[in-house]
Design a protein around this ligand. Structure first.
Ligand SMILES: Cc1cc2nc3c(=O)[nH]c(=O)nc-3n(C[C@H](O)[C@H](O)[C@H](O)COP(=O)(O)OP(=O)(O)OC[C@H]3O[C@@H](n4cnc5c(N)ncnc54)[C@H](O)[C@@H]3O)c2cc1C
Length: 383
């Protein structure tokens, strides 16, 4: 890491999670003069603390909560996620490090006919968006997922979903960005940002830096950065927790979800089961996060109901982090209205999966090119 902050850069990226680091990587690969500032450690917020699911299909709990009209409005984002998965497939080779990317498929497991009907309705909308989700019978499930509880009566299988290792991903991308020529400063929070006739000037403890263009990739804190320029963003932080169990015998190749409630379950390389799915952590009065024991027991019970082996494994560790969330789940991507040269790189809730494509389109826009995928219907800025 270079410690002395320069006075100017062509592009300033704020935030060293997957969105900011990959944007810096793509920009530097294209020869741009880019400086990235990160408030703490690189990848230490959501991008390093997430559950490592690589999602594509519509999330079942949101589908049943918000309904088909929400799903149709969100459906263009599936094309975005699909292209992000294409980028994930080549990412280990691009950054020259194994990132634990395994796309063996994601399975929503049903126990009731009503849940099966919702899976069928969801698959229809997914198919319209070009994402294939196979509807499976109980017999199909026994064939491909013999580790499931006998109560499972069927499910929805998206063969392209899977997992990656978040702990490996952001350091590897940061190293690749440095090799490509980006300057990266951790422990350098941006405390002020103002527009100037030439672009923008950011204030940090280490001095001020001027840049012609700025990328706001500050995740759950992106609203605070935007507010420095008088822009209000409908994005916030929501406290989540995830748990990993002791290692168990190799059993589960898939990303497993439940139609009975919030669950994501996967087996990682050392045999541990990583169990999450959007269970809330607790916010202490001082603003720090702690695990909520009710979420831990609820999440583990949900896992054990779908995969009995999860009920026999002991939980080793739970951890917490703020996820970046928008109310309708849609991302905020593109140049901010009224602020030329100020770009937003904000993909909520499943931003690890969407990280590579978030960075690709942001780098394209910063470089003045048409984005790799049209943002119409995807970004709330392009409606
Ligand atoms: C517990 C949990 C589990 C999750 N599971 C999954 C999953 O399985 N699959 C999936 O796809 N997604 C998952 N997500 C969501 C996903 O992790 C995020 O959407 C994604 O990582 C967001 O990436 P980002 O780079 O936009 O933000 P972040 O990773 O949060 O990075 C933003 C960075 O900006 C920095 N920053 C903030 N303010 C400033 C400032 N003033 N100056 C400089 N830097 C600043 C922060 O320190 C941070 O490092 C999960 C999230 C959580 C919290």
């Amino acid at each position: 890491m270079k410690n002395v902050l320069r006075h100017s850069a062509d592009v300033l990226v704020i935030g060293g999670g997957i969105a900011g680091l990959m944007t810096a990587l793509y920009l530097a690969e294209d020869g741009a003069d880019v400086v990235l500032l990160e408030a703490g450690e690189l990848g230490a917020q959501a991008s390093g603390a997430n559950a490592g699911s690589i999602h594509l299909q519509l999330q079942y709990p949101e589908f049943v909560t918000y309904g088909e009209s929400w799903a149709r409005a969100y459906a263009p984002c599936l094309r975005f996620l699909s292209q992000s998965l294409d980028l994930w497939q080549g990412l280990s080779a691009n950054v020259n490090e194994p990132l634990g990317v395994k796309l063996a498929g994601g399975l929503v497991v049903a126990r009731t006919e009503a849940q099966m009907q919702a899976i069928v309705a969801k698959a229809r909308i997914e198919a319209e968006a070009g994402v294939e989700v196979q509807v499976l019978t109980a017999d199909d499930l026994r064939q491909i997922a013999p580790y499931l509880a006998p109560e499972a009566i069927g499910g929805g299988f998206c063969s392209r979903e899977g997992k990656a290792n978040p702990l490996r991903t952001t350091p590897a991308i940061a190293a690749a960005a440095l090799r490509a020529g980006a300057s990266i400063h951790s422990h350098t929070p941006v405390t002020g940002l103002e527009a100037t006739p030439q672009g923008y000037v950011a204030t940090t403890r280490g001095g001020r830096i001027a840049a012609r263009r700025v990328v706001n990739a500050a995740g759950a804190s992106a609203g605070k950065i935007a507010a420095m320029l008088g822009l209000t963003l409908n994005i916030d932080g929501f406290p989540l927790q995830v748990t990993v169990t002791e290692p168990v015998a190799e059993l589960i190749p898939h990303l497993v979800y439940s139609a009975a409630g919030k669950l994501s379950l996967k087996q990682v390389a050392n045999g541990g089961l990583v169990i999450g799915g959007g269970w809330p952590a607790r916010v202490r009065p001082d603003g720090d996060l702690v695990t909520d024991p009710r979420s831990l027991t609820g999440n583990m019970a949900m896992a054990a109901g779908v995969v009995p082996a999860a009920g026999r494994a002991r939980a080793l560790r739970s951890w917490t982090a703020w996820v970046n969330g928008t109310p309708d789940w849609r991302p905020i991507l593109g140049e901010a209205p009224g602020l030329p040269g100020f770009f937003l790189a904000l993909f909520p809730w499943v931003g690890f999966s969407a990280g590579p494509m978030t960075a690709r389109v942001t780098a394209d826009l910063v470089l003045g090119r048409p984005p790799a995928l049209s943002l119409r219907g995807v970004s709330v800025l392009a409606d």
